[in-house]
Design a protein around this ligand. Structure first.
Ligand code: MN
Ligand code: MN
Length: 306
């Protein structure tokens, strides 16, 4: 039988990588032996830390899929974040926690919930299907929920995420708070990256009504450390704005310890950030207190004000 390719979004994060592994295992358990866990890009440092810590192999790296193939999407549904030829593929299932921007001409299994992480939904799917959650699967699920919710501190966190983390930490046999902090910190090490890489690590192209935008987020344990690179970052951002013909580029530098974000904003519509948050950009930057979630605290607020 033909393979079923399971993958998360481009620029994969810990949720996209682990969800493809966990979903593939669920498919195997439910009898789909042709399910293959895949990824659409390189592992970030946080995800590498997770896979090393638990000694788990990464999903298979793919960059294209033959037209007509069966696929399952996890942690995304937007065609712009997926494989190029998504419209020519046969989407069997989607498991996701983002707003729905997918349209198909055929029916499919679609499971979306407004929870903090795709793995929280997968945790429920395992339970609903009476599939045992092994220590390895629990470790993957737990890591992703900690990642997406910034250790349950992000406003995207729901009671379901908290309950899942508590249960999964028992199965995985880890102290989730100390493990989680080490994992998040591993993801903040930018030392090996060029400026261009930092600016594309977690960049999302978003259309805020008619404002063409890229919103990029980097996590850090120290905002001043990242701001040491401010001049180089701004030069890189200005180049991207020109190349991509953007109206605004927002770099969120998110302090995972204190739950704030410093933003660097450039582009002709930079004042959108001032208007939306009632702040003044000084030297193209401002502190957004309590803002950590791009999905919940940035994209909707900017869209409303665009
Ligand atoms: Mn994700
Ligand atoms: Mn996610």
């Amino acid at each position: 039988m033909a393979e079923t390719y399971i993958f998360g979004h481009k620029n994969p994060d810990t949720d996209s990588i682990t969800s493809s592994l966990v979903m593939a295992n669920l498919e195997h358990e439910l009898g789909n032996e042709d399910a293959v866990s895949c990824r659409l890009g390189n592992l970030n440092k946080e995800t590498q830390y997770v896979l090393d810590y638990f000694n788990i192999d990464a999903p298979k790296l793919i960059d294209s899929i033959e037209d007509g193939s069966d696929v399952i999407l996890v942690d995304h549904n937007s065609p712009s974040e997926s494989v190029e030829n998504l419209e020519n593929l046969n989407i069997l299932k989607v498991v996701d926690h983002h707003k729905i921007s997918l349209e198909t001409s055929y029916p499919l299994f679609y499971r979306a919930e407004p929870v903090g992480c795709s793995e929280t939904i997968l945790y429920k799917l395992y339970n609903e299907n009476n599939v045992e959650i092994s220590k390895e699967i629990a470790s993957l699920m737990l890591s992703a929920i900690i990642s997406d919710t910034l250790l349950l501190k992000s406003p995207t966190t729901t009671d379901d995420d908290i309950k899942a983390v508590e249960e999964l930490a028992k199965i995985a046999d880890v102290d989730y708070e100390s493990y989680g902090l080490d994992m998040l910190k591993a993801g903040t090490d930018l030392s090996d990256f060029s400026i261009d890489e930092i600016l594309s690590l977690d960049a999302k192209q978003v259309d805020l009504k008619n404002v063409k935008s890229i919103i990029n987020q980097v996590n850090t344990a120290s905002i001043p450390d990242v701001l040491e690179m401010k001049d180089e970052l701004e030069a890189g951002i200005n180049k991207i704005i020109e190349d991509e013909n953007l109206d605004i580029f927002i770099l969120l530098i998110t302090d995972i310890i204190n739950s704030n974000s410093q933003v660097i904003v450039l582009g002709k519509d930079a004042d959108l950030v001032e208007k939306a948050y009632g702040v003044e950009l000084k030297d193209n930057t401002a502190l957004l207190k309590g803002v950590v979630s791009r999905k919940k605290q940035v994209i909707p607020i900017l869209t409303e004000n665009a």
